[in-house]
Design a protein around this ligand. Structure first.
Ligand code: NAP
Ligand code: ZN
Ligand code: ZN
Length: 355
């Protein structure tokens, strides 16, 4: 028995930030032993989300270091616990932003563990169920995850271009679906980065008319190539004002503070401005901007496990994947700088064999 457990121990190579704001460096650690309901995964691809950067720079809250970021994971199953029924060795799987939740609260019981009342257990920068062991993410060669939080990756999806769906994809898919993006709906996407470019692709695949709002004039061609119907340079206030009351759903994916007023004024009757971008700063809102056209402001965080599977299947069916630049682990710090400078086209994905 002891011998069997030893074989199941997973030593991994990783990249970690050892202190707030530090560059990421190579690091090694051991994953937890394989439990009865666990799946051991050899990671092949790991996306870089702006949330990774917010976390390692402590832009949201103080953190416990070292941090191995990463929550856009695709890999292959290498071992399963005795009680695992849904996965088998060799299968291609994905792991997203959370790897567990209390499973007892109303939201967990209704299948929305991402809104667990006790807080979901995040793939990295959180704590395991014991409340003291930090969770470590996907910038590593392997991970051990409870089968209930592992996703099956449909055959049609490429591993590199599919990895960003595990966070960026679901984060935009869920509110688009919830607020009814589809034929006849006019959707605005603010910020053309990792989340934004997938929002364009998903909204188009759902049948909506899509307008991109970007503070980077040089992204016009890309936006149209991604399928957007219109592009608006957000510093062009005349153009912005001319679009007053013309949209139904506006998704804000911007990672920096942003005045909501010009975006609220884009909404027609009952329209909604959904925040998925998280600058960590409060936003000023004038009630008149909401009363007018009885507009709404909403927030949304990733999606449930069931929604993740639905999103992956939808993506495979409609050919929605991320546009990616695959990089080596040694390029992570340079990639972070480019993300911060809005110079990502449109998701960096790390080849996990280079850790
Ligand atoms: P990203 O790739 O860096 O994209 C963000 C985009 O925002 C940039 O490409 C840029 O687009 C725009 N932007 C950046 N700085 C700006 C500024 N100063 N003024 C105006 N626009 C600016 O980031 P991401 O990975 O897509 O993540 C976006 C945000 O969503 C982050 O805050 C992240 O933490 C958050 N997030 C939330 C969830 C959730 O569950 N709610 C999940 C994942 C990520 P343009 O150049 O086109 O203007
Ligand atoms: Zn993310
Ligand atoms: Zn719960």
């Amino acid at each position: 028995m002891a011998c069997e457990r030893k074989e199941e121990t997973m030593d991994v190579r990783a990249y970690a930030a050892m202190a707030a704001g530090d560059e990421l460096v190579p690091w090694s650690f051991t994953r937890r032993d394989l439990g009865a309901h666990d799946v051991a995964i050899d990671i092949t691809h790991s996306g870089i989300c702006h949330s990774d950067i917010h976390r390692v720079r402590e832009e949201w809250q103080s953190q416990v270091f070292p941090i191995v970021p990463g929550h856009e994971i695709i890999g292959l199953v290498t071992a399963v616990g005795d009680g695992v029924s849904r996965f088998s060795v060799g299968q291609r799987v994905g792991v997203g932003v959370y790897i567990d939740s209390c499973r007892e609260c109303e939201n967990c019981l209704s299948g929305e563990g991402n809104y667990c009342e006790k807080g979901m257990i995040e793939t990295f920068a959180g704590f395991e169920k014991d409340g003291v062991t930090p969770t470590q993410g996907g910038y590593s060669t392997g991970i051990v995850v409870d089968e209930n939080y592992v996703l099956s990756v449909p055959e049609g999806l490429d591993s590199a271009a599919g990895a960003p769906l595990m966070c960026a994809g679901i984060t935009v898919y869920a509110p688009l679906e919830r607020f009814g993006a589809g034929p006849g709906k006019r959707v605005g996407v603010v910020g053309l980065g990792g989340l934004g470019h997938l929002a364009v692709r998903f909204a188009k695949a759902m049948g909506a008319e899509v307008t991109v709002f970007s503070h980077s004039l040089n992204k016009r061609e890309d936006a149209l190539e991604l399928g957007a119907d219109h592009f608006v340079y957000s510093d062009d206030s005349e153009h912005m004002e001319s679009l007053s009351k013309s949209l139904d759903i506006v998704v804000n994916t911007v990672s920096a503070p942003l005045d909501p007023a010009p975006y609220l004024s884009l909404l027609g009757l009952g329209g909604v401005l959904v925040f998925v971008g998280i600058s960590g700063q409060p936003y000023p809102v004038n009630a008149f901007d909401l009363l007018n056209q009885r507009r709404m402001i909403a927030g949304s965080t990733i999606g449930s496990v069931a929604q993740l599977q639905q999103m992956l299947d939808f993506a495979a069916e409609h050919g929605v994947e991320a546009s990616v630049e695959v990089i080596s682990a040694s390029d992570i710090n340079a990639a972070y700088e480019r993300v911060i400078n809005s110079d990502v086209h449109y998701r960096f994905v790390i080849d996990a064999s280079t850790f």
